[in-house]
Every structure is written in C-alpha cells, then in structure tokens.
Design a protein around this ligand. Structure first.
Ligand code: BGC
Length: 757
C-alpha cells in the first residue's frame, strides 16, 4: 500500500548523473493554443493518471525549453529552482531525475508542470534581446514506474496532456514576475506534439540551485515617504511575502542594492532590468507569494500597493544559490578583514547561481569569463566548486569557436564575441586551478583540447610571438584618477595580452606535463620562452622599467615569471615604489587584483601587502567595508567618499572579482597552501603582519580538513595546526620577531602545536 505522504521536505532529490542508459520515450510537447506573444505568461501542462497497485520505484525524468517547475499532487518535485539550469542550449540541455515514490498516491494522481521563459526565451543581457535560443517553450518528461510485482509502466509527455494559462503572468529573469492569485491554472487546451528528438540531452551535470539563508527586514520610511525594507545583507534570491487585503489589491516589490545619498530608494544601477515582483491578491485571508521564475540581487525592497501598516515580519528574503558544500572558514583579530571575508563569501553566494555570473541584479547576470577566472582560486577556498566549474567549462569548450577563440560570456549569447586577454584565458586558468585544488586529472584531460585551441588562437593573432592585435578589456575598472589628480593607473592592453599569452602557454605546458603529452611539452616549452622573450623585448627597458609603470604591469610580469631571474628583485622594488607613490592604495583592476599581494609576499614585501590590504581609504579593499558594504563592489568607489554614487551605467554592488584577494588571506594570513595537487602534501606558512594578533580558520580540502589557529601573545608566536589523515605537511613557524622562519618537514597527520623562538 502506497502511503499518501507527499511532504515538501520528504522529497528525495537525486542529483547524481544518470548514464547513457536513459531510454527516452517521451515526446516533446508545446502549448496547443495561441499565446499572447507580448506578455508571454507561464504555461501549465497537466497529466492525470491512476495508480492502483503498490509501487516499488518511481522516477521522473524531465527537462524543458524554458524553466520548469514540476508538481505531483500539488507538491513541488525536488529542491531545485531555475531548472533545468543554463547550458549552451543550442548544444546541450540537461535533464534531471527525481525519485517520486513518496509523492504518488493510490488512485488518481495529477502531474502539473509550469514552464517559464527563463534563459531560453526570456530577456538576457543589456541589448534588450529575448528569444536567444528560440521562441517556443516545450516540455519533455517521463515518469518511470516499477510496481511491487516487478511490472513496469511509463507515463510520458505526449498528446494525452492538456495545457493552459494560470496565475503566473509576466515572468523574466531580468524583469521579474507577476502572480495573479485570482487565476487558477485552466487546462482547456490540447497540447501540440513537436517533431523533435533527443539530440543534445545530457544528464544533469551542474550543482542544483536551492534556497539557503533567510533574512527578516527593518522597515524604513525614506525622506520621500517610501516604504522600504532593509534586509541588512545584499543577496540573490527573492522575498517571500505574507499579505492580507482585498480581492484585486496589487502589491509590488522593487529591488535595489543601496539607498541614494539622501536615503531614498535607488535602482538606477539595475539599468534596463525592471527587477519587480508583483502580486495580485484574491482577498481570501492570509496569502503568500514567492516568485519562482525570476530572481533578484538586492538588499532593499521598495513596497508599493500595501494599504495599512507594514509588518516587516511578513517579508522574508530567501537566498538562492548553487548547493555547494562550504569548505572554508576564516577569522582574525581585525573585524574589518572579517567583514571583507564575509563580503567575499556573499559575493560568491550571490553569483554562483547555476553559472558564475558577473552580477545578479542588472541587465547582465552573465557568465563573464574574466570575472570567473579572476575569482576562481578564491572560490575554491569558500566552497567545493569542482562540479560547478566542471559544468560551466563544458559549455566554455562547446561555445569555443572553431579557430579556438573563447567567448567573453559562457553560455555565449553575444554571437561568438570573444578573445580578450584575461577573459578568454578562463579556458586555461580555471581547468588548471581545478587540477591544483582537486588533484583530478579527468577534468584537465577533458579541457586539454580547449586549452590548446585557445593558445593556438592567440598564436594565430600574434606576429613575432607578440600578441598585439585585437580589442581587450585591459585592467577592467582599475583605479582612474579624476582629471585634477596627478597620477592615474592605466596599463597598456597589449602588455596585458602578452603577459596572459605567456601565462596561458605556461599553464598549457604544465597540463601537458601532467598528462604526459611529450610532443606538446617540447612545443610549449619553446613557445613559452619565445613569448617571454618577446615580452621583455617589447615592454621592459634594460633597467627593468616596464612600458606601463603601473601596479598591474609589475604584478603580472612577476606573477607570471616573465622577467629573467636577475631582473625580478628590481621589478619588485619598482612595484613597491609605485604603491608608495599612491600612499599604499591599490590601483589594479580585475586583471592585477588577484595577484598583487601574492607578488608582494613572494618578493619579501609582506608588510606592503598588509598595508594595501588594511588600507581603509579609497581605493582599497576595506574602503567599501567602511562604507557599509555587505558584498564586494564592482568598482573601488561604487559609493564615493562624498556619498555620491558612481555612474549607474556600471555600478554593481555585488561583483566578486575584487574579492579575489580572499585567496591570499587563506594562503598567507592563515598560511594554508597546497604543496602538491589536491593537497596530497600541504604547506602551512602563515605570514603574520599588519595589526593582526590572531587568525584562525580551516579548509576542507579533498584530502581532508586542514586547520590553523595562531596568535601572538606577550610577544610570542603560538600556533595550532591540524593536518588530515593520509597527508603530510611542511610547516613554517615564524620566529617571535616575525623576521625569520623555522622550516619543519614531514609533519604527520593530527593536531600539533608550534611556538616561535
Ligand atoms: C561586466 C563585467 C565584465 C565586463 C567585460 C561588464 O559589463 O559586468 O564584470 O567582465 O563587462 O568587460
């Protein structure tokens, strides 16, 4: 006897991948009525079927063009949102598998699927384009039943389904969602069979997007008299609303990230994204509403249409992001740095929504390659991101052009536009980062042809080993002085391109070594030498000055080992001089930011790295923290020192790229480093400095959890370290004067205490 238990939380969602044995019998179906082609409301599909014997196993395989939400006997199937997820739909489309035994009941069952516009045909990007992949939503699903007596049955999407419209009206990932509670789904129409096959269908290979933290707001009445909710945290997700009122009353929630300088609601930086959630009441007591076919990046919500008193407890912000396993913790004696760490983690939570996005709020929400590569190493510390990036890299390779050019956004919606240094290099940087962190050669091997093709593309654009053609984003959003200031940071875009040519070639060479590609090892060893020589010829004076006298130029030259050994110390000195010139302020953009502190500590200037990191005035990492940021800003001065806001055309308050310094905080403040791929051997090498008197944290590596906890007490350095089973570590213990280190090799698994001398 099958029990009719169909609780939401009882649903067991299978996220493991199903292999090729899936045998599709279902037919693609679409609505059989003329839709309103302007508003394009959600589409509802229904199948009623009877179960009259006990069930042993029931699994639903499902995918759609557009987003789907599946309900069996009114209960949502699975914990995931924004399914089937975003892939390069014209090449591959994921399907999901759910065990639904517990949701079936004896007798009549009702399977209802709602389709929203989503990435498939909703608006994407700033060019006002929709229908990027097609203009028709469609559903494919099959419910595979195994009865207790061993007999099998399959219920498939086919001509027996019925369809119609329902309460979800407008629905769009950029513009929001409208729900009219006076409408019920009316299944008055037959469906239309599409003559489409199963080409391109792939088992789910991403990380399911699920709900996470919740926040209750404070109500603010702004100087303009607006009712604004402040959730205290910038996040990605939606607001769950409880409301009472009359039939036809309409409430509208507008999302924003900051208030304007006068304390009023502000959303000009959303650009063309309307980012609105609208609910029409049916007037039957307490009603609840949560959007499902859109999501928003916000901290503030402006309410419209509420009559009577607003009760903040009726509004709950729900964070939505990929269900990744948290792996890192970080805390230290400086509360501002702890807030910076918090902001980095929330930058990641807010932008790891199925694909790594640049930002979650304005008319982009795109998988920008440059942002993703800059942040990828930091991302690995906070969460297990192997599967998340593996899925996305798959699309990166699929969207790569036949000539090897890597697109600027993945999935590509910009018609193949790509090739910028530091953006398209995601093709080499992220696979190598995944290998270093997770020690798995399979992903590296899968991506190797794509890595090779990208380097071949650069070579094809270069002359005499110099990549000085094409348009590049350069050191995007680096510090620019205002006109009346003496200095400005601006790094030549071709110098950057040449540096990344060398870096990508080097990573390809390293991959060739790991994968034993003998011919390639020879080829890329020679190429790397030539590319570095060309860099020095073109951009370095005999006295070691770089053509661009900027922090980013010196950082790249040193981080990527572009200079001969005997010129490096001088270049590091010049970098420090430049930092002094800017009174210990950072002037790097997306390109230089991830590496500058690494370079400083590598060349013996950890004190300068700390001065940059702990700088509290603009431009610096802590300036936004001092201004109340709860996530990483896109620009160093999203809110200027005088309180005014940067140009709304490019001013997101939730862009993770500058958060790339998180990697340095884990590797050098805590001192947790991988000595071999996958942390099979470990280095613990904390670099105490600045005003920090203690730091503690951990990292759950694939080889086990590593912990570090150090403090300086009465002028003495004391550290506890936990090394996981199956690994060994080399520990560097700072002397009490913090000027020299004692190296202890072969430290075994377990808890150890070390003291400075
Ligand atoms: C995005 C960036 C991206 C850039 C390309 C912007 O609009 O938000 O983060 O990398 O374009 O330069």
């Amino acid at each position: 006897m099958i029990k009719a238990i169909a609780t939401f939380f009882g649903i067991f969602f299978l996220s493991f991948t199903i292999q090729a044995q899936t045998c599709w019998k279902a037919k693609w179906i679409a609505i059989g009525y003329n839709e309103d082609t302007v508003t394009r409301p959600a589409q509802y599909f229904k199948k009623v079927f009877t179960i009259n014997q006990p069930i042993k196993k029931a699994q639903l395989l499902i995918t759609s063009r557009g987003l789907y939400e599946a309900r069996l006997n009114s209960n949502k199937i699975g914990m995931g949102y924004l399914t089937p997820g975003w892939t390069s739909y014209n090449k591959r489309l994921q399907y999901q598998q759910y065990a639904v035994n517990n949701q079936l009941i004896k007798g009549s069952n009702e399977l209802v699927i709602t389709l929203g516009n989503g990435w498939y045909r909703g608006y994407i990007g700033w060019e006002g384009k929709d229908n990027i992949y097609g203009n028709q939503l469609a559903l494919l699903c099959q419910l595979e039943l195994t009865y207790a007596n061993g007999k099998k049955d399959t219920i498939i999407s086919d001509e027996s389904w019925i369809c119609g419209e329902g309460p979800v009206l407008d629905n769009d990932l950029l513009h929001g969602e409208t729900f009219d509670a006076n409408r019920v789904a009316l299944f008055q129409h037959p469906v239309r069979l599409l003559n489409d096959g199963y080409t391109g269908l792939v088992p789910n290979d991403g990380v399911t997007v699920t709900t996470h933290e919740t926040f209750t707001p404070q109500l603010i009445i702004t100087p303009k008299g607006e009712q604004v909710l402040d959730f205290g945290q910038n996040l990605t997700g939606w607001v769950r609303v409880k409301v009472r009122g009359n039939k036809g009353d309409t409430i509208r929630l507008l999302h924003g990230e900051v208030l304007d300088p006068n304390g009023n609601f502000y959303n000009a930086n959303m650009r063309s994204a309307k980012a609105a959630a609208t609910y029409v009441l049916c007037g039957r007591g307490e009603e609840t509403f949560t959007p499902r076919f859109s999501y928003f990046g916000f901290r503030y919500v402006k309410l419209a249409g509420i009559t009577g008193t607003v009760n903040p407890a009726d509004f709950t912000a729900v964070a939505l992001y990929a269900n990744m396993q948290p792996t890192g913790t970080f805390a230290c004696s400086n509360p501002l740095l702890n807030q910076l760490h918090h902001n980095i983690v929330w930058g990641q939570k807010s932008n790891f929504t199925d694909v790594p996005t640049d930002c979650p709020q304005r008319d982009e929400k795109l998988g920008w390659t440059g942002d993703a590569q800059a942040f990828s190493r930091t991302a690995t510390f906070n969460f297990d991101v192997k599967q998340f990036f593996s899925k996305w890299l798959n699309d990166l390779s699929l969207d790569q052009l036949p000539n090897g050019r890597v697109t600027h956004v993945v999935p590509d919606i910009l018609a193949g536009v790509g090739g910028s240094a530091g953006w398209s290099d995601a093709a080499t940087i992220i696979p190598w980062t995944m290998y270093e962190v997770y020690g798995d050669t399979a992903l590296l091997r899968r991506q190797y042809p794509s890595m090779k093709a990208w380097v071949a593309y650069i070579s094809s654009q270069s002359k005499n080993d110099l990549w000085n053609t094409g348009i590049h984003y350069g050191d995007w959003l680096s510090y620019r002085s205002t006109a009346n200031r003496e200095y400005t940071a601006h790094t030549d875009m071709y110098l950057i391109a040449q540096a990344f040519y060398a870096y990508s070639t080097n990573l390809l060479l390293k991959a060739a070594i790991v994968l034993n590609k003998e011919d390639d090892i020879k080829t890329y060893t020679i190429l790397l030498e030539k590319v570095k020589a060309a860099f020095c010829r073109e951009y370095v004076t005999p006295n070691g000055m770089l053509a661009s006298n900027t922090q980013t130029a010196y950082t790249l030259a040193l981080q990527f080992d572009l200079l001969p050994e005997d010129r490096r110390a001088e270049a590091a000195r010049r970098l420090v001089k430049n930092i002094e010139l800017y009174k210990y302020h950072i002037t790097t953009g997306f390109i230089g930011t991830p590496y500058i502190c690494h370079v400083l500590s590598r060349f013996g200037y950890t004190d300068v790295a700390y001065q940059l990191l702990l700088q509290e005035t603009y431009p610096s990492w802590l300036y936004p923290v001092k201004m109340g940021a709860t996530t990483i800003w896109e620009r160093w001065d999203g809110i200027r020192p005088d309180g005014s806001l940067q140009n709304p055309g490019m001013n997101s308050f939730n862009h993770y790229a500058y958060g790339a310094v998180g990697d340095w905080m884990y590797q050098h403040i805590l001192g947790i480093q991988a000595d071999a791929a996958g942390y099979k051997t470990i280095i613990i090498h904390p670099l105490p400095g600045g005003n920090i008197t203690w730091a503690k944290g951990s990292y759950a590596s694939v080889s086990g959890k590593i912990s570090v906890d150090w403090k300086i007490e009465n002028g003495k350095f004391i550290m506890e370290v936990v090394i996981p089973q199956g690994t060994t570590a080399t520990v560097f213990v700072p002397a009490n004067d913090l000027k020299s280190y004692k190296k202890i090799s072969g430290v075994q698994p377990g808890l150890h205490q070390f003291k400075g001398q």
